[in-house]
Write a protein that binds this ligand. Structure first.
Ligand code: DQA
Length: 149
């Protein structure tokens, strides 16, 4: 099976330092380690990346279209603004999960709208780093059941 791509958007490189009351104290490296061990337990290959650039994220989704069996994406603030990420996810036509550490629906109104949600299979938010673990499990079950990717 092709690997799963876990893509992280803007400001997630500051995880652990940034607004710890909301996002917790785990760093992105901690989240990556958690994802690696869970992916290994599931027998999934993993590609884990972060970028502050919308264009780079679009490029990685295009790459995933050929090279991945699924995508988990925490698009950060681009979740709420990016038609380009929506279109790239549609074009990728892969099982995909929108992931958030925080429960965006408990927060400011501008975080209640996701432009990428209509382009993914499902959404997981509010469980901190465990949101990523849940996303990998969901992708694994979905890919296995649907034999897509
Ligand atoms: C986030 C939620 C977004 O609204 C915010 O812009 C982020 C992080 C989360 O993981 O909770 O950067 O995606």
């Amino acid at each position: 099976m092709k690997p799963v791509y876990v893509l992280n958007g803007p400001n997630l490189n500051l995880l652990g330092l940034r607004e710890p009351a909301i996002y917790g104290t785990a760093t992105l490296a901690d989240v990556e380690a958690l994802c690696k061990s869970h992916a290994e337990a599931l027998g999934l290959g993993l590609v884990f990346r972060q970028s502050n650039s919308e264009g780079e994220l679009v490029g990685w989704i295009h790459e995933a279209r050929e090279k991945a069996s699924g995508i988990a994406i925490n698009a950060g603030a681009y979740t709420h603004t990016s038609v380009a990420l929506h279109d790239a996810l549609k074009a990728a036509d892969l099982p995909a999960v929108e992931v958030h550490l925080s429960n965006v629906h408990k927060r400011e109104a501008f975080r209640h709208t996701s432009l990428i949600a209509p382009a993914v299979t499902g959404v997981i938010c509010g469980f901190g780093p465990q949101s990523y673990v849940l996303a990998l499990s969901a992708l694994h079950s979905f890919i296995t059941a649907n034999k897509k990717g």
